[in-house]
Design a protein around this ligand. Structure first.
Ligand code: CTP
Length: 448
């Protein structure tokens, strides 16, 4: 019996896939189809496959062409499969010519002509493109626009901005600018809100009232009650409201949280995170200052994320220490916040006027997790123990600082196919800390 094997993602199964499977089957007597696992696809840069592994397997099964379906989960699996199943022929489409010649050592390799004019990528991008508008002034806007181009099915159609938005990498001014938010809302399906945090509440509310989904750069608003109200409004209108903290969408961060919660370091007793970036701030220019994010708003949400995700949001006490410039509105150059929980403690240090090592350390009763600087855009972390022989290192792919994964997640949440990695309660707790700072609650000012 001649055994044939072929691999693919088979997202939104199309005519090209069926033709390929028919010809693969005709090469022998028994056809094994390897369908790629979601993680495997993500790691090789295919980030917005629309269907889950189960749906894709089911679609292949329904063609009736596969005698056996397996899952491809890791690099190097093809050689293992060929040996394990006693494969005679390995085949894929001609888009892969040359790439699998190395398998010739184990079996015959056949490249079949790819069917012209059809691909999953093309179907994905034609399928109801989501039109996104952006409101704000940040330099992240240019990155977001660039990253959105890696995601099929979304398009940035306009930016509402008070100032000029310049792409720092290319030096070019961004197009599609308007200062009329209502006009922009009329032309989009969803908004990315990255205006000054003091305006988030109003900007998010307006978008939701116009029936638009919202991805809002964290904090979602400057008060816990405000954020709670916005989530309730989104829910009542069946719209997605997503906290835009890009770190939460990186695979390394998500895995690290799962491991920590799963007990690899025992009970978690302390979470300590630091995020700083020195920036030039002109304290004399009141107008520019009004648009600048201070330390607690620009870095606080990111630094707080692992604290609230690991220890929960029910802390017993907290204290904020800030070094504040003598300007209207109190602009903090640096803040440290400490939290006391019934059985743990936590601290964050954030600054745009003070520099430190941007690491994250999670201390436990059996060991600790160390995420090196800059931990918020990491692809790597370590789990360390007293006996160093047990230490383990973890590496993951991180493209585009997580922004493209954030956009993919937003799309999935809108389609009701994904879950939001940042819960409503974490989002509200983050807003609560911003609120305390603004109100001067539990705040100690450091002398300058
Ligand atoms: N294939 C084909 N003809 C097409 C599309 C795909 O013969 N028009 C083949 C591929 O060469 C591969 C298999 O079908 O052997 C599975 O391909 P997959 O990557 O899942 O499909 P694509 O449509 O190419 O997906 P994408 O656009 O995401 O790359």
């Amino acid at each position: 019996m001649k055994k044939v094997i072929t691999y693919g993602t088979y997202d939104l199964l199309h005519y090209g896939h069926i033709k390929l499977l028919e010809r693969a089957k005709a090469l022998g007597d028994y056809l094994i189809v390897g369908v790629t696992a979601d993680d495997f696809d993500r790691n090789r840069g295919k980030i917005n496959v629309r269907q889950s592994l189960m749906e894709r397997i089911e679609a292949v099964r329904r063609t009736g062409l596969a005698d056996e379906i397996i899952v491809e989960e890791y690099e190097g699996q093809k050689i293992d499969d060929i040996k394990r199943y006693g494969i005679d022929i390995f085949t894929v489409g001609s888009d892969w010519v040359g790439k699998f010649d190395y398998l010739g050592e184990y079996c015959e390799v056949v490249y079949l002509d790819r069917t012209k004019g059809v691909s999953s990528t093309e179907i994905r991008s034609k399928e109801n493109e989501l039109k996104i508008g952006i409101i704000g002034e940040s330099s992240i806007i240019a990155k977001f626009v660039r990253e959105s181009e890696y995601v099929n099915g979304v398009k940035v159609v306009g930016i509402c901005s008070e100032g000029k938005v310049v792409d720092e990498e290319t030096g070019k001014k961004l197009a599609l600018i308007t200062n009329d938010y209502d006009l922009l809302l009329g032309a989009v399906d969803a908004m990315y809100v990255i205006s000054h945090p003091s305006r988030h509440y109003a900007d998010v509310k307006k978008a939701l009232e116009h029936g638009k989904h919202v991805l809002c750069e964290s904090p979602v608003s400057m008060s816990a009650a405000g954020t709670e109200e916005l989530y309730a409004l989104a829910k009542s209108k069946r719209l997605a409201l997503v906290d835009g903290l890009k770190t939460a969408y990186s695979l390394a961060y998500a895995r690290m949280i799962l491991l920590a919660k799963g007990g690899v370091i025992g009970d978690i007793v302390s979470v300590d995170s630091v995020c700083t970036s020195l920036r030039e701030v002109d304290y004399a220019d009141a107008e520019a200052l009004r648009r600048t994010w201070n330390s607690i708003t620009s870095w606080g949400p990111t630094a707080l994320l692992p604290v609230f995700q690991l220890l929960g949001t029910e802390y017993a006490d907290f204290q904020i220490y800030s070094r504040v410039a003598e300007t209207e509105g109190g602009f903090d150059e640096f803040s440290k916040v400490t939290f006391v929980y019934p059985s743990a403690v936590a601290s964050i240090k954030v600054g745009i006027g003070v520099k430190s090592e941007g690491q994250l350390i999670i201390s436990g009763t059996k060991g600790y997790i160390y995420v090196p600087a800059p931990w918020w855009k990491t692809d790597y972390f370590e789990v360390r123990y007293e006996n160093q022989e047990h230490n383990r290192r973890y590496f993951y792919n991180l493209e585009g600082e997580g922004i493209r994964y954030e956009i993919v997640s937003f799309l999935r949440i809108i389609e009701n196919k994904g879950f939001d990695p940042i819960s409503k309660s974490v989002s509200e707790a983050i807003s609560g800390v911003m609120e305390a700072y603004d109100a001067g609650r539990n705040l100690v000012l450091l002398q300058r």
